[in-house]
Design a protein around this ligand. Structure first.
Ligand code: ZN
Ligand code: ZN
Ligand code: ZN
Length: 280
């Protein structure tokens, strides 16, 4: 399994769009890995795309992606740094030529309400170019050779409107935790019941060194979660842990976060990072 991080920032990005804090000022000057765009991921060679934020267009240019070649898009939740359906509507007739594939979008009922609004605003309906599949918590499903295990995140309206996923290709399994506070007990029991063994764990570390909050994790939470996953036998000694989804409000630059996470053997993400379980 190969996981490519196209974007690794929280909603405002780093530097944040209107901010002059220390972390944002540093990112403006230093550039490179200090700059974080909104969250989006690709598995393997594009067999599955995870999330489609406002920065998806920027990622298309930066990484030379051809979204028309991608057929499967999994959406975690309705926040605009994960789902910007107005851009998906540009697959409707009159906006895109040469569309030769359907794009299958998988998300929960709340995500669907945002999707429907964007499509309706453009005067469209369910078209050949787009198909929405409503997914349910704790009901695994198959997409393009992957088994996807969706479960509610501690996030958004706290009403099962935000999901996290375990995604297995039959050999390796990825756990995504953006965005969520410390996972619910039900998450652990679900993963245990499904006999999940994680190869890659991507950790929401939005708050970094700042106080714990309900809808995001900080570095202390990340360390607790790693311990808990280990104690419950959900990981192996080979599991790769990545801290990800950073906010400038978390208080640390990329270099500072990297120095901290390295002490625990955790990789600090940056835009463009690739985790390859075959070639590590
Ligand atoms: Zn987010
Ligand atoms: Zn800032
Ligand atoms: Zn969010």
């Amino acid at each position: 399994m190969k996981l490519t991080y196209l974007g690794t920032g929280a909603a405002e990005r780093v530097p944040a769009i209107f901010c002059k804090c220390r972390v944002c000022n540093n990112a403006r000057i230093t550039q490179g890995k200090e700059v974080r765009t909104q969250s989006q991921f690709i598995l393997d060679d594009g067999q599955l795309m995870i999330d489609f934020p406002g920065d998806a267009y920027l990622h298309m240019i930066k990484y030379n992606l051809h979204y028309n070649d991608l057929e499967h898009l999994l959406i975690s939740h309705w926040h605009s740094d994960h789902f910007y359906p107005e851009d998906l509507a540009f697959r409707l007739p009159g906006y895109a030529a040469g569309l030769d594939k359907s794009l299958h979008v998988y998300g929960n009922q709340t995500v669907k309400s945002f999707y429907d609004k964007a499509i309706k605003l453009e005067g469209g309906s369910e078209e050949k170019a787009l198909h929405y599949h409503t997914i349910q918590p704790y009901q695994k499903f198959e997409v393009n050779g992957y088994t996807i295990y969706p479960f509610p995140a501690r996030h958004g309206w706290f009403q099962q409107d935000s999901f996290n996923f375990a995604i297995s290709d039959g050999k390796d399994t990825l756990l995504t935790t953006h965005d969520t506070g410390y996972p619910y007990e039900e998450t652990f029991t679900y993963l245990e019941k499904e006999n999940i063994r994680l190869s890659i764990v991507s950790l929401d570390c939005t708050s970094q060194t700042k106080a714990k909050n309900q809808s995001h994790m900080n570095w202390e939470h990340n360390k607790e979660l790693i311990q808990e996953l280990r104690a419950r036998g959900l990981c192996s000694p080979d599991t790769t842990f990545v801290a990800n989804h950073f906010s400038h409000n978390g208080g640390l630059t990329y270099e500072e976060m990297k120095a901290l996470s390295e002490q625990e053997g955790v990789i600090t993400s940056y835009d463009g990072l690739e985790i390859d379980t075959v070639h590590r």
